[in-house]
Design a protein around this ligand. Structure first.
Ligand SMILES: [Zn+2]
Length: 506
């Protein structure tokens, strides 16, 4: 076989088995899709269960590793709908990334996804919109919480040392407050680790709710929790106000503790060092080695960050000031920032494809509905014939079973038309809002290092070459950014979207 090969992955919850998107119809629709696309199905993987968590999907993991084995020669990972694939975008991108490394592309049997720039972007958008839906919902429920936080009222469970006398009320110190005070007073001496402190507090009488020793992780959280100093703080919402509750320690003691303590093993994560977001993304143009970052202490004891690499024999990029490289990176982002005009044209192109796809689905559904209607007529006729004594009971049961089987088969051909609860346009706007001010988005994400890395991965495919004299070289941009660059050169590249192979599989 030299043709394209793929695997099918299906997931069903017990709820769905009742309402029609059963395993059989998922698999059949995926198989039909594969046949239309000329993809040979190498294997089918099935998970049954409520949860969409990766850990609860053993067959999903098997499917991924099957794709990773060269001998299987897999080109496509076919799912019934992208939401089978993952519920969270983080998960989605991580899995997509590893599949891409194997040269495997994800295909949805019921949604428009292909390898064109817009196809790729739509896929990101669809998976984002599942998450988007959730974030909208939590946004709504949190408006009230935000208001209360702003008034200095902590809205989440009270930490050790505090209690609430009434539901939703202001916290007050309880009997454990003395241990919290002791913890801060000991920690500030600089001789404790969280573990030795946990032991000390246990000896002095602090117990968890189940009567055990408090874990050191809890102690760590305690020492860094500003609530104890009377501060109500929620970084994600940009809230930091004086709380209405009584502090257990002074602000001064709290802040002294933030730098105190003995060094803790494993608290610094090198892999996702938020201080050097560009490490590994930027590489030396001369030797191709990725840059890393570190601090060195200057004469006055002040710390300075540098990006560098240690390739023997390469005299370049030995030390670039963190500030310089990052400023130059922001200018680079300004150069590749998509224009508003592009964003609008891009959105129009996506919407056009989306509408067209929905129209096609509607057309197909119309045909299916006619089939279903005529099958109902047939079923009615079978009942009539039985009542009028034309059929024997055996005849009747046999015919009834057959027509019901046909009905079921026809109904499962109905394609789900997207839209409705899933507001595609809003999801699209949401995604575009990140890219229309790329440099600013990157700067804003300074306090969310993981999101920042994801955003960088969203912009660039591979590393960006850099030299101290010429700055950033030519980088491989992700589809939407390369499309935007093309648009800057030739406006017709999006005006007639068909020109750039935007045909989706029927
Ligand atoms: Zn080099």
């Amino acid at each position: 076989m030299t043709g394209k090969r793929g695997i099918i992955y299906c997931r069903v919850s017990s709820l769905e088995q009742v309402d029609g998107t059963s395993l059989e119809s998922q698999e059949r629709i995926c198989r039909e899709y594969a046949e239309r696309e000329g993809i040979e199905v190498a294997d089918v993987f099935v998970d049954r269960g409520e949860s969409a968590k990766t850990a609860d999907r053993p067959q999903f993991l098997k499917a991924i590793s099957f794709c990773g084995q060269k001998k299987n020669q897999i080109d496509f990972f076919i799912v019934y709908k992208l939401d089978r694939f993952s519920r969270s975008q983080t998960d989605h991108f991580a899995v997509q990334n590893s599949l891409n490394k194997y040269g495997v592309t994800i295909r949805s049997a019921t949604e428009p996804v292909d390898e064109s720039p817009i196809g790729k972007f739509l896929m990101g958008t669809l998976s984002a919109s599942a998450e988007f839906d959730n974030s909208i919902r939590s946004e709504r429920s949190s408006t009230g919480m935000r208001e209360r936080l702003k008034q200095g009222i902590w809205v989440w469970p009270a930490p050790t040392g505090y209690q609430r006398l009434e539901k939703g009320g202001v916290m007050v110190p309880d009997n454990d407050a003395q241990y919290v005070r002791l913890a801060f007073n000991e920690y500030v001496k600089g001789t404790h680790t969280y573990k030795t402190l946990a032991t000390l507090l246990f000896e002095k009488g602090l117990r968890s709710k189940s009567g055990k020793k408090i874990e050191f992780q809890t102690i760590q959280k305690m020492i860094h929790n500003p609530l104890y100093a009377g501060i109500v703080k929620k970084d994600e919402w940009g809230i930091e106000v004086k709380g209405q509750h009584e502090p257990i320690v002074t602000e001064s003691l709290f802040y002294k503790c933030q730098g105190a303590g003995r060094s803790h093993k494993g608290t610094k994560k090198q892999e996702k060092n938020p201080n050097f977001p560009l490490r590994r993304l930027v590489s030396c143009e001369w030797c191709d080695d990725p840059l890393t970052g570190s601090f060195s202490t200057g004469r006055g004891g002040k710390k300075h960050g540098y990006y560098h690499h240690h390739k023997q024999g390469c005299p370049h990029a030995k030390s670039i000031k963190k500030k310089d490289l990052e400023e130059s990176f922001v200018s680079f982002l300004e150069e590749i920032n998509p224009t508003f005009e592009f964003a609008n044209a891009f959105k129009e192109a996506c919407m056009e494809i989306y509408r067209e796809d929905n129209t096609n689905a509607e057309k197909q559904n119309e045909t299916v509905r006619q089939q279903v209607a005529s099958l109902y007529e047939k079923k009615k006729a079978i009942f009539n014939n039985f009542e009028e004594g034309i059929y024997t009971k055996t005849d009747f049961l046999e015919r009834k079973r057959e027509v019901e089987r046909q009905l079921y088969a026809a109904q499962s051909n109905l394609i789900e038309v997207r839209g409705g609860e899933l507001d595609f346009e809003a999801a699209l706007d949401y995604c575009i809002s990140f890219i229309i001010d790329t440099p600013d988005t990157w700067k804003r994400l300074v306090k969310q290092p993981e999101k920042r890395l994801r955003f960088q991965n969203f912009i660039f495919e591979g590393s960006i070459p850099y030299t101290q004299n010429n700055g950033f070289g030519t980088a491989v941009l992700s589809p939407i950014y390369s499309l935007s660059e093309e648009y800057k050169r030739d406006k017709s590249s999006l005006v007639t979207p068909r020109r750039i192979e935007l045909r989706f599989p029927e």
